[in-house]
Each structure stands twice: as C-alpha cells, then as structure tokens.
Design a protein around this ligand. Structure first.
Ligand code: NAD
Length: 460
C-alpha cells in the first residue's frame, strides 16, 4: 500500500494552512467554483467510480451510481442552490435594546483548516459530502480516505488534484499507523466517519488542541416489528436494507425485534424477499456486494459460528471471494455472540420481543445511529419515539431519514457528535461570530454604565 510520507503530510498541511491564511477561499466565488468542479469530477469519472467500487467490494453499478455518484452530485447542487442564504449574516431578534440600536449580526466564518477522514463502505460519499460542506463554509482541507477500499482511495488521490484547487484541498493516504502524525497537527475542525472505537481516539487527539469535531459513528440499529405492522412490507424493506452493500452500512438494520404473534409470517416473508433479491437459486449473485476484507469476513464468520441462535436462511460463505450470503438467525437472545458488537454485515438476528421488551432491550445498549419502527398504530409509533433515542428514525421503512432533504444526519451519544447534510453540514465547518457595531450616539443610553458607581445609578 502506497501511503503518504510524513514529510508530504507536513507539506500538505502547510500548503492548506497557508492558503487559508491568504483568505482566498472565503469569497463565495471560490466556493461556487469548487462546488461546480466537484460535480464535474464525479460526472466525468462515473465509470471509474463504478469500476473501483466493484473491485473493492463487488458493489453493483446500481448501488454505486445511486449513492456514491448521485448522492454527491445532489449535495453539490443543494449547496450551489442555497450557499448564498447559508452564508448570509443573520440578524438576531430586535427586541433587545442593544440589538435594536446597533448593527448586531452573526457572521458565518469558515473555521479554518479541516481534516476529513472517512470509512470504506461508501468511500466517495463519506469523503466528498463532508468536503462539499467544508468548501461551502470556505475552509481549506486535507482529505484522508479509508485505506481499506484501496482502489477507491487511489482513484480519489488521482482525481482530486486534477479537478480541485490543489493549494486548498489535499488528499493524504494512511493506515492507522500513520494517523498519529496526521492527528498531531493543529486542525481547526475534524470530520470523522468510522467506528465508535476509532471515534474515541480521534476525539481524544482533537481535545489536545481544542479542535472541534464531527463524529459520524456506528451503532447497532434495531428494527422493531410489532403485531400491528404490515408484515409483508416490513420484511421486504428490512431485507432490502440488509441486502444493500451486504449489510455494510452504518444505518442498516443490525437486528430485528419481532412480536412472537407475527414472527412466523415475518420470517417467511423475509425468506421470500431475500430469495427474490438474490435472483433465486444463484449462489453468488453478481449484483451483491462482498465483505470488504478477510478480517471482517473472519469476524462475521466467528460471530455466526459462536451464535446459539438457529440459522434458518443463508450462511453460504466463500472465504476466497469473501462472499457472505444474507443470513437469518432466529431465536437470538440478547446475550448471544451476534449481539456483542455492531455486525456491519449481512447477518440478520431475530429476537422475539413485544414492543415493551424491544424498547427495554434497546435502551440497555448505546443509542444507535438509526432506529426503525414497523407498525400502523399511531400509539405504538408515539411510544417508540418517546421511549427510545437514536440519531434518526424511519418508521415503516429503513434508511430513508438519511435522504430527507433539509434534515440533519448524525448520531447521538455513542453513535456520534454533530450532524451534517445541507445547512447542518455547512454549520459544522462554520464559526458563528457575533458582531456588534455600536454608534457613538448611544452614549445617551449608556450614561448609567460608567464608574464611579453610585446608589442612584444602581437604582436607575
Ligand atoms: P474505522 O473506524 O476502522 O476507520 C475509519 C477511518 O479511521 C479510516 O480512514 C481509518 O484509516 C481510520 N483509522 C482506523 N484506525 C485508526 C486509528 N487507530 N487511529 C486513527 N485513525 C484510524 O471504520 P471502518 O471500518 O472504515 O468503517 C466501519 C465503521 O464506520 C462502522 O462502525 C460503521 O457503522 C461506521 N460508519 C459510520 C457512518 C456514519 O455516517 N455514521 C458511515 C459509514 C460507516
């Protein structure tokens, strides 16, 4: 693996720091230009993005283009459309006398030099969407793609300097061993997408320099299927979320709590849809992603082997190609091996639980990034929302809260700090600087302010 040397990391940091200090990334014209170029960078390289994603994880074109390409281009267009309004000064409420008579405003200033680090499962989207937010805010930045999606990393390192401002946006490559050096720099903001374990390392390193962070972390997102759910639709949507990228999605359904009265029907429907999505008898469908590397393949394999649950579907594995079929495990208890960590793979544990039990189990774990409730009952929806916490929620479907425009995407507690997408991402890279410009004539109002202090002035 070809990683950036420490001296080149130093050079990249110095270059983007110097560029920021020239103030030339602050005008909207620079930001708009870079956003347009980002859009074209994706447009011109769609075929290659598709190829490297297939190489790295056997990801099918349909998934690659809809998320890693269209998602990024959509974020560019949203930023281009709204940038002026996001970046405009805000006037506070004018009822306070200071606000009323001065030109009080909140300026949106770029935080400065950002470090953006990403995970491997959506290697383009997880790097370029935060980059779009940082560009929109007027920051300069260093991008650190995940080394595990190697072909994607190499393509990113190749195309970014060809399209974007080389003095303001640099790519460095590194594995965990080189991160100490990168994180020892004084960044003005770190945007990290990855696991909760590594997120804690990043947070601790950032604290040494009082650097602000956005941490987009993992979580064990549950789906709760109650007796009042539309069972066939619930099974179809959960199977589809688990099939996508072979379950290697931060927002995927980690496990399902299903009411015992509808479990049989639910599992039959899950099997039907997994069969359908795999195109029937095909053992290794060409349109299904593989596990990213041997370490993750072996981890999933071990968790499945140690499980006391009953494998009722799938579990076909091929260590050579890292194919791991969608797998349903029934009768899983909260103490099972499959419940010890975020699965981040195509295994779907099923736990018998009433709604109250599902809520109680869920609240025993860290707050997940996503939570899915399947029910047609309004009272049950309210109960799920009011008695649990998670980064986001989709009711009666999966993943969709991530795509809702104008909404924040992020975790809570162990699943993350901060949120992005659209205006929320812009804010993560922006310092809100309050400015009060006081006219001289206000002396008339201030005469009681100055010493010497007297009882008369105090009473006025
Ligand atoms: P990871 O935490 O292992 O790696 C993420 C990044 O951190 C990579 O760039 C990697 O090089 C770097 N890194 C790894 N070890 C490090 C260390 N010791 N010190 C400093 N940097 C280090 O995560 P991953 O395996 O790439 O991705 C999977 C995880 O990411 C899952 O937990 C998943 O839920 C989470 N994730 C979250 C989101 C989100 O938006 N919240 C999106 C995708 C993935």
């Amino acid at each position: 693996m070809n990683y950036t040397s420490e001296s080149l990391v130093d050079e990249a940091y110095l270059t983007v720091s110097e560029t920021f200090s020239t103030h030339r990334t602050k005008p909207l014209s620079w930001r708009i230009d870079q956003l347009r170029k980002t859009w074209w960078m994706i447009e011109d390289n769609k075929d290659r993005i598709e190829q490297v994603l297939y190489h790295d994880m056997h990801k099918h074109k349909q998934e690659a283009l809809s998320v890693d390409a269209a998602g990024i281009q959509g974020a560019c267009l949203e930023a281009l459309q709204h940038l002026k309004e996001w970046a405009a000064d805000e006037k506070p409420n004018r009822t306070d006398p200071v606000n009323l008579f001065t030109s009080t405003r909140i300026r949106k200033e770029p935080k400065g030099v950002a470090l953006i680090m990403s995970a491997w499962n959506y290697p383009f989207m997880e790097l370029f969407e935060p980059m779009i937010c940082a560009i929109s805010a007027g920051c300069t930045m260093v991008l650190k793609p995940s080394e595990l999606a190697e072909a994607s990393q190499d393509l990113i390192a190749e195309i970014v300097p060809k399209y974007l401002d080389q003095d303001a946006i640099k790519v460095v490559t590194s594995g965990p061993a080189g991160m100490d050096h990168i994180l020892s720099k004084k960044w003005d903001h770190i945007f990290f997408t990855g696991s909760t374990v590594v997120g804690k390392i990043i947070y601790a390193k950032a604290a040494a320099n009082l650097t602000t962070v956005t941490l987009e972390l993992g979580g064990r997102g549950p789906a709760i299927v109650t007796a009042n759910a539309d069972i066939d639709t619930a099974a179809k949507r959960i199977a589809s979320a688990k099939f996508m990228n072979a379950g290697q999605i931060c927002l995927t359904v980690n496990h399902v709590f299903v009411d015992p009265s509808v479990k049989e029907q639910f599992i039959a429907a899950l099997v039907k849809y997994f069969d359908l999505f795999r195109s029937g008898s095909s053992q290794q469908p060409a349109h299904y992603s593989h596990v990213i590397n041997e370490r993750n393949f072996n981890r999933l394999d071990r968790l499945l082997e140690q499980s006391k649950g009953k494998i009722i579907y799938g579990a076909e594995r091929d260590a050579k190609t890292r194919y791991f079929s969608p797998t349903i495990v029934d009768g899983v208890l909260p103490s099972d091996s499959l419940m010890t960590e975020e699965l981040f793979g195509p295994i779907l544990p099923i736990l018998d639980a009433t709604l109250d039990e599902a809520i109680s189990y869920t609240n025993k774990y860290d707050h997940p990034l996503a939570l899915y409730g399947f029910t047609t009952s309004r009272a049950e929806k309210d109960k799920i929302l009011s008695q649990t916490s998670s980064g986001g929620v989709t009711l009666n479907d999966c993943l969709l809260h991530m795509t809702a425009k104008g909404t924040p995407f992020g975790g809570v507690g162990a699943s993350g700090i901060g949120a992005y997408h659209g205006p929320y991402g812009f804010k993560e890279f922006t310092h809100l600087r309050t400015v009060v410009d006081v006219p001289g004539w206000m002396e008339i109002l201030f005469k009681f302010r100055y010493p010497p202090y007297t009882n008369e002035k105090a009473a006025a």
